[in-house]
Design a protein around this ligand. Structure first.
Ligand code: GTP
Ligand code: MG
Length: 446
């Protein structure tokens, strides 16, 4: 049965992907995003219901537009930046930037372009860009089965705080942890790993402390999306700064909901209204300005309104319907990797699905091992870790990289053989790259 992408259906109907997804929700058809696929006959039906004329009649609707079948499909893996898009479409970055400005988007050459916008530009050139997940080799023992709906249960949200330097990211996280640690832990909490879990009246939120912008980008470039919600922190006395804009673009490209924390409201120079105005200039219209972006004025330093911010995070998480199956072998993402003098390779991971247990054979990027011990965010030894739980794991043969995926496999033997195959592949790629360099050198000398 052939399937079609949500954004293509949207395009046929003359809607944005977002508008179509909203309409589908009203029809009780839930899709994750514009890249989700729908059965072709279901798509036909949707087009009929939503006023289109179905695929056969739609070419008239698209008068002036390229017929879908005439579009040249360009496949792309990785992060689609302005310069990458320019290369793909055979244009200069300046031309792409101009097209973006016409659409009201200010962008720099290294900035990421979301796929919808990229395709609007691509369509004008008679092309269509399809972002592919990084190719995964088919290796026995590595198959990940889709979960059945009935096996899924709600999981806690994984949240990243992003913002400009000194706008209060660390202070906010400290404040969140202190306002929520239990009596016996109060004041004595030690941060052991780059992630922490807070418990708000029985509901948990996992905060990732490490992903600064670079880590966030490099993780996403490798297909690792670990954040469910982005908290954009903006100092009310400083307003939107360059890294705030970067953070906004990252969150938009990752298609995760954004909650704005307008920080430092205790300062005399604080001007939350100016922040809201500036946010609107970057396409984020806050609720009290008639938009749908939640913003919460806070003082991370004086612990003001932090509870409201946490409530909002839980509210957004609830709307996202985040689910996982705890009763399967674990998969997840590496947040940090390091070589510890005494303990050997140590990886901080976040379990995304399943339950990770001590003793599990695991493949992590191109390395592997058997989980010898696990420590939770409070530095306590744990035997297992369920969905959305960050843990530090020991027992790997090598240090993995941030963004590497980990997969629990059936046996130690499978883990080792997958790791070897992946290492071979990396070596082959490195060899190819070095050969290319020497050939290029050769040509340059000629
Ligand atoms: P980087 O990690 O360097 O990007 O900075 P950051 O965003 O983590 O900022 P950090 O939390 O280190 O805060 C920077 C400075 O702002 C510190 O001196 C904080 O004490 C101060 N600060 C943070 N939040 C508030 C606040 O709500 N009110 C006031 N008055 N100062 C704050
Ligand atoms: Mg900091």
């Amino acid at each position: 049965m052939s399937r079609t992408r949500v954004y293509k259906v949207a395009q046929e109907l003359g809607l944005s992907s977002k508008e179509l997804i909203e309409k589908l929700e009203e029809l009780d058809i839930n899709v994750t995003n514009h890249m989700s696929t729908i059965e072709a006959d279901e798509a036909e039906l949707i087009m009929e219901i939503l006023g289109g004329e179905g695929k056969s009649g739609s070419s008239e609707n698209n008068a002036g537009k390229e017929n879908e079948s005439d579009l040249e499909v360009i496949k792309f893996a990785g992060i689609l930046t302005v310069s990458e898009l320019a290369k793909l479409l055979g244009k200069t970055p300046a031309e792409i930037i101009t097209s973006l400005i016409k659409k009201g988007i200010m962008a720099t050459i290294n900035q990421e372009v979301d796929i919808d916008t990229a395709n609007e530009i691509a369509f004008e050139c008679g092309c269509e860009i399809e972002v592919e997940a990084e190719e995964e080799e088919e290796i026995e023992g590595l198959e990940i089965e889709e979960d059945k709906e009935e096996d899924l249960v709600y999981r806690s949200p994984i949240v990243t705080v992003m913002g400009h330097v000194d706008h209060g990211k660390t202070t906010l996280l400290d404040s969140i942890r202190n306002t929520n640690v239990t009596e016996k832990e109060a004041g004595g909490i030690t941060q052991h790993i780059g992630a922490s879990v807070v418990n708000i009246s029985g509901k948990k939120i996992t905060f990732l402390d490490t992903p600064g912008h670079e880590a966030f980008t490099s993780m996403r470039a490798r297909g690792a999306q670990v954040t469910d919600i982005a908290i954009l922190i903006v100092a009310a006395d400083d307003g939107i700064m360059p890294q705030t804009v970067e953070a906004i673009n990252h969150a938009k490209a990752a298609q995760v909901p954004i909650i704005v924390a307008i920080n430092k409201i205790d300062k005399p120079a604080a001007n939350p209204d100016r922040v809201k105005q500036e946010l609107s200039e970057h396409g984020l219209l806050v609720e009290d300005w008639g938009g749908d972006i939640i913003s919460v004025p806070v003082s991370a330093k004086q612990n003001e309104n932090i509870d409201t911010l946490l409530e909002m995070i839980l509210l957004v998480a609830e709307m996202e319907e985040l689910k996982a199956n705890p009763n399967r072998k674990a998969t997840g993402i590496v947040i940090e990797g390091e070589l510890d003098k005494g303990r050997g390779p140590v990886a901080t991971v976040v379990v995304q699905n399943g339950t990770l247990k001590v003793g599990d054979p695991v493949v992590v990027g191109s390395t592997y091992g058997k989980v010898r011990a696990m420590l939770d965010d409070k530095g306590k030894n744990v035997k297992k870790a369920g969905p959305a739980t960050p843990v530090e794991i020991l027992g790997l043969s090598d240090v993995p990289q941030a963004g590497d995926q980990f997969i629990v496999v059936g046996s130690d033997k499978i883990a080792r053989s997958v790791s070897e195959k992946r290492k071979d592949k990396i070596r082959a790629a490195q060899m190819k790259a070095s050969q290319k360099v020497s050939l290029d050198d050769l040509f340059q000398q000629m």
